[in-house]
Write a protein that binds this ligand. Structure first.
Ligand code: Q46
Ligand code: ZN
Length: 317
């Protein structure tokens, strides 16, 4: 198998593109896909300051790597969830990457420790507030990323969601006809109101397999294990189902997700109209000032519940 571009020996084949690449041509392909995504979905410009959400996994570290290599001003935020074993290891991967690649290029790594700031690790916190771990985690991560982006004056917040993530999320939203979520499923979500950062997903054109290959070929050391809390999640089930379809019919994921984006582009500009809706219904949280639809935002409500539970636990012991 030879590289489609330069005809030397290929190291990876991409059935959905009917192509194969050697290491340098594959790296160039990945960079081109991200550069195209940034331009096509109007994510950010060369002077914008970007905050990348990093977890220590292949996608977010590859994203940070690609943005820096494309010459963007990209800093990162790591949220330490306090999950025994997993968090220590993932944090090490992020720190190593920051030391080896990002800091020498002048980029900065911010960290947020849930154990210290929210008073308990994510598992304990979810028990205190009687909510599933991933829902608690989602609320905290969304809140802290937005807070850092807004307070530190970043123009945009970037996450490492890839084609597989977006296709499986789309499948979940369609299976349950969650129209509101469908409207919001876009590679670029504008900063709808003051206090909400613009959010983008520059990896939406690259698959999970391509990103794993990018990380390996570019010597990015990442945490291979999934977060232990992800076990049994619906998203993993949808990914498995799409992978079975992809094996039999290469390009299924691509056609499914890109077909949806095409319809979204040709129809109404859904993300923008969502922004208008947001504008009408959002106002500052009475406790912290971040935009919310209620009087108090879900993060502040959750933290109040957690304080209440821990103080009543202290009283009864
Ligand atoms: S990190 Fe957090 Fe995921 Fe772990 S606790 Fe669940 S939501 S599975 S992306
Ligand atoms: Zn609040």
């Amino acid at each position: 198998m030879n590289c489609t571009k330069c005809k030397t020996k290929a190291v990876i084949d991409l059935p959905r593109h009917n192509a194969a690449f050697c290491q340098p041509c594959f790296t160039a392909y990945a960079h081109d896909q991200v550069a195209y995504a940034i331009k096509h979905a109007r994510m950010f410009g060369p002077d914008d300051r970007i905050l990348v959400a990093v977890s220590g996994g292949k996608d977010s570290l590859a994203l940070w790597d690609i943005l820096l290599k494309l010459g963007y001003k990209a800093d990162a935020l790591y949220v330490d969830l306090g999950i025994p074993g997993y968090s220590t290891k993932s944090r090490e991967k992020v720190e190593q990457f920051a030391d080896r690649v990002a800091r020498p290029k002048g980029a900065m790594l911010h960290t947020h420790q849930v154990q210290e700031e929210e008073g308990a690790g994510i598992k304990e916190l979810s028990n205190l507030v009687h909510r599933p771990t991933c829902a608690t985690c989602g609320t905290i991560k969304r809140y802290q990323f937005n807070k850092t982006a807004v307070e530190q004056d970043y123009d945009v917040m970037a996450t490492g969601h890839n084609l597989d993530d977006e296709a499986s999320r789309l499948l979940g939203n369609v299976l349950h006809w969650q129209e509101e979520y469908l409207d919001k499923q876009s590679p670029t979500l504008p900063a709808s109101v003051e206090g909400f950062a613009k959010k983008v997903k520059p990896l939406y054109r690259l698959s999970e397999r391509e990103l794993a290959a990018y990380a390996v070929l570019n010597r990015i050391d990442y945490i291979v294990e999934e977060c232990p809390m992800a076990k049994g999640s619906k998203m993993l089930l949808y990914k498995e189902a799409l992978n079975r379809l992809e094996t039999d019919s290469p390009g299924t994921k691509h056609r499914f997700y890109f077909g949806f984006l095409d319809k979204q582009e040709r129809g109404a500009t859904a993300p923008q109209s969502m922004a208008d809706k947001d504008q009408a219904s959002l106002h500052p949280c009475a406790a912290c000032g971040q935009p919310t639809t209620g009087e108090i935002c879900s993060y502040c409500k959750m933290m109040a519940r957690s304080r209440l539970s821990s103080s009543s636990a202290r009283r009864s012991s």
